[in-house]
Ligand binder design. Structure first.
Ligand code: NDP
Length: 320
């Protein structure tokens, strides 16, 4: 496993991060994504940690807090030392019935950090991320609240997710002017079938030295090649069509990846993940798994080195 610096910091994170959206139990939307109980979570966390993964991504909203609970419990159950893992979580989504039980206001951030610390059974969060945009709250209020959390010792670093480039630059302007903690990472959707962020976000991240954490690297499982063109097949993507993907283009790219995978004796998923790991802007790819065999398949992608000809062919099939 290789380790990369997160943004401009001295923190080293594994190039594969374990996503925990499949952990927990709750009704509705989350039931389509995964509902792993504690023994299954322990097995997944142990396998990832033994493979060298030190980076774990969750969110307060995942399965209504139960993803955070299972991750925290697992670190305890497995006897993993707290300083050996980098825990990332997020805030923004609705967590209660009140009008202020969501968003990026100082009030909600201060309330939610306490709740996340409790669920994770820890006294600090390594990377605290805003999960998306809150159009109501001024950026200044959010940045100042996050900086206070760093000064209070509840949080080590701060990051954002699903923010446009201009908003990150606005936040960085506040951080610089007031000498406050700045966003060191962006979590965004990026796949070989969805390269839109190369237009605005990649140049901004390169210029600002903001780290990129990639979410849904297999487009919810689609890029594993296990679905047919009409999306029939077993898995969450058959029931829950997210993230949005240009299907014709995605299947054309799969048609290029499949013979490469067969020739190397690896899976199509590994080619899709390896392509991401070859992109210089990527700090860490957040892999998701509903089963242990998917996890081990995805971890093995870190051993796949693509040749120049393969990279050229993949680029030709997927370029914007
Ligand atoms: P992927 O796009 O990699 O999808 C993962 C799903 O694909 C698995 O749950 C499984 O679902 C299927 N799968 C995984 N590996 C394989 C394989 N090797 N072969 C076949 N099928 C496979 O990632 P996720 O969408 O799960 O996202 C990963 C993480 O990113 C999340 O856990 C979360 O931490 C983060 N995230 C962040 C977001 C944000 O807004 N910041 C948004 C979304 C995710 P199945 O078996 O059902 O097909």
């Amino acid at each position: 496993m290789r380790y990369n610096q997160l943004g401009r910091t001295g923190l080293l994170v594994s190039e594969l991060c374990l996503g925990t959206m499949t952990f927990g139990s709750s009704e509705g939307l989350w039931a389509n994504i995964g509902q792993l109980d504690q023994p299954a979570v322990d097995e997944i966390v142990r396998t990832s940690f033994d493979a060298g993964i030190n980076f774990y991504d969750t969110a307060n909203v995942y399965s209504e807090g139960t993803s955070e609970e299972r991750l925290g419990q697992s670190i305890r159950n497995l006897g993993i030392a707290r300083e050996d893992v980098v825990i990332a979580t997020k805030v923004l989504g609705q967590m209660g019935p009140g009008v202020n039980s969501r968003g990026l206001s100082r009030l909600h951030i201060m309330d939610q950090v306490k709740a996340s610390l409790k669920r994770l059974q820890t006294d600090h969060i390594d990377l605290y991320q805003v999960h998306g945009v809150d159009p109501l709250t001024p950026v200044e209020e959010t940045v100042r609240a996050l900086d206070d959390l760093v000064k209070q010792g509840h949080v080590r670093y701060v990051g954002c997710s699903n923010w446009p480039a201009w908003r990150i630059m606005k936040a960085h302007g506040v951080s610089k002017a007031e000498t406050l903690a700045r966003f060191e990472s962006l979590q965004a959707y990026y796949t070989i079938a969805g390269r839109d962020l190369e237009r605005e976000l990649v140049p901004m991240m390169t210029s600002e030295q903001v780290g990129l954490m990639v979410w849904s690297p297999l487009a919810g499982g689609l890029l594993s090649g296990k679905y047919g063109r009409d999306q029939e097949g077993e898995g969450r993507r058959a029931a829950f069509d997210f993230p949005p993907v240009n299907k014709d283009k995605a299947f054309d790219i799969i048609d290029v990846m499949r013979p490469m995978a067969e020739e190397r004796g690896v899976s199509v998923a590994q080619i899709a993940l390896a392509w991401l790991l070859h992109q210089r802007v990527v700090t860490s790819v957040i892999i998701g798994a509903r089963r242990l065999d998917q996890l081990t398949d995805n971890i093995a992608a870190s051993q796949v080195t693509l040749g120049d000809d393969e990279l050229k062919a993949l680029d030709a099939a997927s370029a914007l």
